[in-house]
Design a protein around this ligand. Structure first.
Ligand code: NAI
Ligand code: MG
Length: 363
């Protein structure tokens, strides 16, 4: 029997190309995986009016973790136009599968490691090693928004300042939401022997919601005396991340700030071809490259598979296969250092699978 059952969701466009590449590497680890393919993406939206069919979610519940490629998404009005004619005008609405999956499996931690591997010609510097913990379920992305503002709101003190034609999006930080992401970051720092955790906030201005995050972080930090803790303001931090990125270690942030610094840090270490992400909850983990489906390269096996191979590495970590995960990362580092096999974004002409095979060879 296979040691792990993995939900295998390539999705759209280059999602299949890069997942095929991750498979080459996973198969070379010597660990036995059973891969369970799942329907997800634009094709299923068009046919069934649901980009994430229920059968896929049910299948995922019987697996240990999920590898996810990428999906195509379009604005609501365009999406509805592409729907199967029999389903049009029936009120179907497009929902992003990845957002839905984060909710269904309560994947509250978004983990984004950003390491510059020496030899990568796209590096900003060669000595960056930042790990971002982004809260994945609340904050400004809670989805609680109003336009117009409901009348009842105006009975709340302070609301008289708010124009009647304003639009409001609520930034929701709950004690439980703050605590669990902060703890994830500190636990990770302890386990991986990282030296420092920095919260990323704007607590001097957004005093109530970011203030709560800061208050909880200060309390939790006391339980980890071996780890240095400090707090940074998001705006200043963006400046410092460009100026002295090598000085940062583990960063933990509410959803929006985490989203912003994730892309900033990704670009410091090579951009979309290198940015991987883990979505982790108490009972499940979903691993993906940060990039989208890049339709113009779909099926050409041309794009860089490293982001997805590193996502597979994060999955191995999550499954407790840390020694194998380390070997995968070392093999990636070696391929980049040697620079013999490179996809187009790195100035080469190797295919997606060539690069994966080269990583597999060094395992
Ligand atoms: P994208 O990330 O798909 O591609 C933008 C460009 O980045 C590509 O044209 C390519 O030049 C480069 N690129 C992306 N991945 C690469 C790789 N692995 N190696 C080398 N170069 C790479 O973003 P875009 O074009 O804005 O979106 C395309 C579709 O993907 C849209 O429908 C969008 O909604 C969706 N999307 C899905 C995401 C997901 O599934 N998590 C995330 C972002 C976008
Ligand atoms: Mg983003």
């Amino acid at each position: 029997m296979a040691r792990y059952r993995i939900a295998w969701l390539p999705g759209d466009g280059i999602g299949k190309d890069v997942l095929d590449a991750a498979r080459v590497v996973l198969d070379a680890t010597g660990i036995e995986f059973e891969y369970l393919p799942g329907d997800v993406g634009w094709e299923f939206w068009k046919k069934e009016g649901n980009a994430l069919p229920e059968r896929t979610v049910e299948m995922m519940k019987r697996t240990d973790a999920c590898m996810f490629g990428a999906i195509t998404s379009k604005p609501q009005d365009e999406a509805v136009k592409e729907l199967n004619p029999e389903l049009r005008d029936k009120g179907y609405r497009y929902y992003s599968p990845i957002v839905k999956l984060r909710q269904i499996f309560d994947l509250y931690t978004c983990l984004r490691p950003c390491r510059s591997y020496p030899g990568n010609p796209l590096n900003f510097r060669d000595d960056i090693d930042i790990v971002i913990f982004r809260e994945n379920t609340e904050d400004l992305y809670s989805g609680v928004e109003f336009r117009p503002v409901p009348k009842a709101f105006y009975q709340v003190p302070g609301m008289e300042k708010v124009p009647k034609d304003a639009a409001i999006s609520l930034k929701v930080n709950s004690p439980r939401g703050c605590e669990r992401i902060i703890r994830s970051a500190f636990e990770y720092a302890r386990k991986k022997q990282r030296k420092r955790v920095t919260t990323v906030l704007k607590a001097n201005v957004v005093r109530v919601s970011d203030g709560l995050f800061l208050e909880i972080a200060r309390k939790i930090a006391k339980e980890y005396p071996e780890i240095e803790y400090d707090n940074a303001n998001i705006d200043t931090l963006c400046m410092w991340l460009i100026k002295r990125p090598h000085e940062y270690d583990v960063l933990v942030a509410p959803n929006l700030y985490g989203d912003i610094i994730s892309d900033l840090c990704a670009q410091l270490v090579g951009g979309l071809g290198f940015a991987c992400s883990a979505n982790i909850g108490e009972n499940y983990g979903l691993f993906e490259p940060a990039h989208g489906s890049a339709p113009k390269y779909a099926g050409m096996y041309k794009v860089n598979p490293i982001a997805t191979i590193l996502a597979a590495k994060l999955m191995l970590d999550y499954l407790g296969e840390e020694e194998v995960a380390d070997r995968v990362e070392q093999a990636v580092a070696r391929v980049l250092k040697e620079g013999k096999v490179r996809t187009y974004d790195l100035g080469g002409n190797a295919s997606t699978l060539d690069m994966a095979k080269e990583v597999a060879r060094y395992l």
